[in-house]
Design a protein around this ligand. Structure first.
Ligand code: ADE
Ligand code: ZN
Length: 333
């Protein structure tokens, strides 16, 4: 077993990639409060402490309610820039050299904010991060699965104008009762437009949602996927095809998918030969960014230095970087 200081140093100093981060989920209470004042948007909290103490969730839906409410303070391009820039600074601090972030356009367009305002603010901050710190990035546009297919098609149409900025599409929000087949035609249309596809599946929902994400939505990665161990045949397929699973341990604890980190199934997934990657999901809400996720999980599950290396190697192998860049980073670990 590695001692705590060596573990922390290793995680902090090793270059990493992050593949499952909702940019709206990186909205820290301090910035939420500042933007609510700047934009005159009322939030049901008197101060930052009140915001923090509201972050007790019993499941995914109880979190999503607070998360969408928090996003209401984001109005202007500058707001989306500031939000993303704060995350870029965190990447620099944590030695995240490549990141593939999600955004939820519908949680903004449904409030009358234009798609262009959102994507331009996010994109400009990421580009500045690349220019100033060499942090590379990709943007993945997520559809809200609790909504109908039709408004999603309208968003997809709008995204065509920004194909140069968006590499792929994803599926998030309330999983149970919103199965992948609801979006089969949408994903087919997106694939025809050369977008890569990923989907949240098997976070709270059953292994069937993982099967359907693979078979119907043709995803390159499964986001979360922790329910896969309930289905041996599925595990075999995931392993044989090297399908990445972007697991978010602290998120899973905060949303009560597992009762405590010591009981998380990440080590079992690794031991089953699955391509597991560790990520932070919505770090401002779940108590930790990527390095904290890696460190806390390693301690709770007694991961070896080899396990941690594999997790970090997987973060590059599973990315949408070109093969040369992947090789370059893998050589540095
Ligand atoms: N949107 C933001 N975080 C999410 C999560 N963990 N699951 C589904 N949708 C989300
Ligand atoms: Zn997520």
């Amino acid at each position: 077993m590695i001692n705590s200081e060596n573990l922390i140093n290793f995680v902090n100093q090793t270059p990493k990639s992050e593949l499952h981060l909702h940019i709206e989920g990186s909205l820290e209470p301090e910035l939420m409060f500042k933007l609510s004042k700047r934009n005159n948007v009322e939030i049901p909290f008197k101060n930052v402490e009140e915001i923090k103490s509201a972050y007790n969730f019993s499941n995914l839906d109880s979190f999503l309610k607070i998360y969408y409410q928090g996003s209401n303070v984001l109005i202007t391009e500058e707001d989306f820039f500031d939000l993303t820039w704060e995350y870029v600074l965190r990447c620099k601090k944590d030695n995240i050299v490549h990141t593939e972030i999600f955004f939820d356009p519908q949680s903004h367009t449904e409030r009358g904010i234009s798609f262009d305002t959102v994507i331009n603010g996010i994109y400009k901050a990421l580009k500045k991060g690349e220019l100033e710190f060499g942090i590379t990035s990709k943007i993945i546009m997520c559809f809200l699965r609790h909504l109908d297919e039709q408004p999603c098609f309208e968003v997809l149409n709008h995204a065509l104008k920004h194909k140069d900025k968006i590499i792929g599409i994803g599926l998030d929000s309330s999983e149970k009762g919103n199965p992948p087949q609801k979006f089969k035609r949408l994903f087919e249309a997106a694939i025809k437009e050369n977008f890569l596809t990923v989907a949240h599946a098997g976070e709270e929902g059953p292994p069937e949602y993982i099967w359907d994400s693979l078979n119907l939505l043709k995803v390159k990665r499964i986001d979360h996927g922790v329910q896969c161990l309930k289905d041996e045949k599925l595990v075999k397929i995931l392993r044989q095809n090297n399908i990445p699973l972007t697991v978010c341990p602290l998120s899973n604890i905060k949303l009560c998918v597992f009762d405590r980190l010591e009981n998380h199934n990440l080590k079992k997934m690794l031991d089953a030969g699955l391509r597991v990657v560790v990520n932070s999901d919505d770090p401002a809400y779940f108590g930790g960014y990527l390095n904290t996720n890696l460190i806390e999980t390693s301690k709770a599950l007694n991961l070896s230095i080899e396990d941690i290396k594999i997790l970090i190697q997987n973060s590059f192998k599973s990315s949408f970087l070109d093969e040369n860049s992947k090789k370059n980073w893998l050589n540095k670990i």
